[in-house]
Design a protein around this ligand. Structure first.
Ligand code: SF4
Length: 351
C-alpha cells in the first residue's frame, strides 16, 4: 500500500454546462458538447488500482453532470466496480419536486452532493427561498446524502491566464483537485485538465510540462509528479491568488436554455417509455413553468395525452405548440399522428 492516497479523484461526466459563467473553460463558446461514459474511465481507474495508487472518493463533475443522458448508470457503474464514496457537483438547476423524484436512484447511489448556487439558476428554480426549500427537501428525502450548498455570487475565484510569468507565492487549492481524463491522462487541476476546450488560453499555460501524467505511457514516480509545486503552469494562471470577484455570466449569453430543454425532454421520454405517464406529465408541467414559450414541451404534453387516450386535450396542447412555433417538427408529426390515426376518436369525442 502506498503511503499516499487521493482523498478524491475528479472525473467529468460531460464537458458542457447550462450556465455560462465568465472565466470557466466549460462555458467557453467553443467548448465541446461532449458526454462521457463510465466505461471510458474504467481502464484508467483499473490501472490506478494495478499501480496501487489508492483513491477514497470519486467526484463526478462537468460541466454540469446532470446534463448527462444517464447519470445514474454512470455513477452506478463506478460505484459497483470500485466501492468508493461518490460525490456529485451541480448547480442545482434540476431542483424541483419532479427533479428530485426523477433522480431518486441516482441520489441513493450518491454520498455527497455539492451544489453551487448561482443567482440566475436560483431565479429559475423559483428564487433563493425556493432553492433552499428544495435543498431541504433533498436532505429530508435522502437523509444519507450530505448536501453542501455554496452561494457563488460573491465567492467566484478569478481565473485568467497570462503570457507574462507571475511570481507564485501562495499554494493553490486547485492543485489538490487531480482530474482523470477519459484518454488516460491525469491532470493536476481542473483548469489545466480542460484548458484545451478554450482556444483563447495562452500557449504558455496550455504547453505546461508539469500538468499531465499519462497512465498509458508514463512510468516515472507518480507521487513525485503529484507533489510537485508550483507547476510551470501556475506562473501563467491567476488562480493561486484566490482573488474573489463578483460572479458574472458571459455578456449576451446568460444560459444554455437549449441544454435545459433537452434535459427535461429526455426525462419526459424516459418516464413515458417506462409507462410512467403521470410522472412524465409532472416533469413536462414543471418544464413548462420554466419555459412557457417552448413549443416542443407543449408537443410532448400533447403526445402524452394522446398516448393516454385523451385526444381532445392532446389536440389542444398540439395546437398550442403550433401556435407558438408553426414549424415545430415534433408538433407537426404528433398532430399528423393525431389526425391520421385517431380522427374517429376525436370526432366521437366532439373534438
Ligand atoms: S494556479 Fe492555476 S495552474 Fe496552478 S494549480 Fe492553481 S489552477 Fe492549476
Amino acid at each position: 500500500m502506498s503511503v499516499w492516497s487521493f482523498k478524491w479523484l475528479e472525473i467529468h461526466a460531460v464537458d458542457h454546462c447550462n450556465n455560462n459563467c465568465m472565466g470557466c473553460n466549460n462555458s467557453s463558446p467553443v467548448a465541446s458538447h461532449r458526454e462521457y461514459s463510465a466505461e471510458e474511465y474504467l481502464p484508467w481507474l483499473d490501472e490506478l488500482c494495478r499501480r496501487k495508487i489508492p483513491f477514497e472518493e470519486l467526484s463526478v463533475m462537468g460541466g454540469e453532470p446532470f446534463l448527462h443522458s444517464d447519470l445514474a448508470h454512470f455513477v452506478q457503474t463506478l460505484k459497483m466496480r470500485y466501492r468508493k464514496r461518490m460525490m456529485l457537483s451541480s448547480n442545482g438547476f434540476w431542483l424541483s419536486d419532479a427533479g428530485i423524484r426523477y433522480h431518486h436512484d441516482l441520489l441513493m447511489l450518491t454520498d455527497v452532493l455539492f451544489i453551487s448556487r448561482y443567482p440566475n439558476i436560483a431565479k429559475e428554480v423559483g428564487g433563493n427561498d425556493a432553492f433552499e426549500y428544495w435543498v431541504n427537501e433533498l436532505r429530508r428525502r435522502h437523509p444519507h446524502l450530505h448536501v453542501d450548498v455554496r452561494a457563488m455570487e460573491h465567492s467566484w475565484r478569478e481565473l485568467s491566464y497570462t503570457s507574462e510569468p507571475l511570481i507564485v507565492n501562495k499554494h493553490c487549492f486547485n492543485a489538490e483537485c487531480t482530474n482523470l481524463l477519459a484518454d488516460g491522462r491525469m491532470a493536476r487541476c481542473g483548469p489545466g485538465a480542460y484548458a484545451h476546450l478554450d482556444h483563447s488560453i495562452c500557449p504558455e499555460f496550455t504547453g505546461s510540462n508539469d500538468m499531465f501524467y499519462d497512465l498509458k505511457t508514463d512510468n516515472s514516480d507518480f507521487w513525485m509528479w503529484r507533489k510537485r509545486w508550483p507547476l510551470d503552469a501556475c506562473k501563467h494562471c491567476t488562480h493561486f491568488k484566490a482573488t474573489t470577484v463578483r460572479w458574472k455570466v458571459l455578456p449576451g449569453a446568460p444560459r444554455h436554455r437549449e441544454y435545459e430543454v433537452e434535459y427535461h425532454r429526455r426525462m419526459i421520454a424516459n418516464a413515458a417509455s417506462q409507462g410512467r405517464f403521470e410522472q412524465a406529465t409532472e416533469i413536462a408541467t414543471d418544464a413548462l413553468r420554466r419555459f412557457p414559450d417552448e413549443a416542443s414541451l407543449f408537443s410532448d404534453l400533447g403526445l402524452l395525452r394522446l398516448l393516454d387516450g385523451d385526444y381532445v386535450e392532446a389536440k389542444g396542447w398540439l395546437l398550442k405548440a403550433l401556435h407558438l412555433d408553426g414549424a415545430c417538427r415534433e408538433a407537426l408529426q404528433n398532430y399528423a399522428l393525431l389526425i391520421t390515426k385517431y380522427r374517429p376518436d376525436i370526432q366521437s369525442n366532439g373534438g
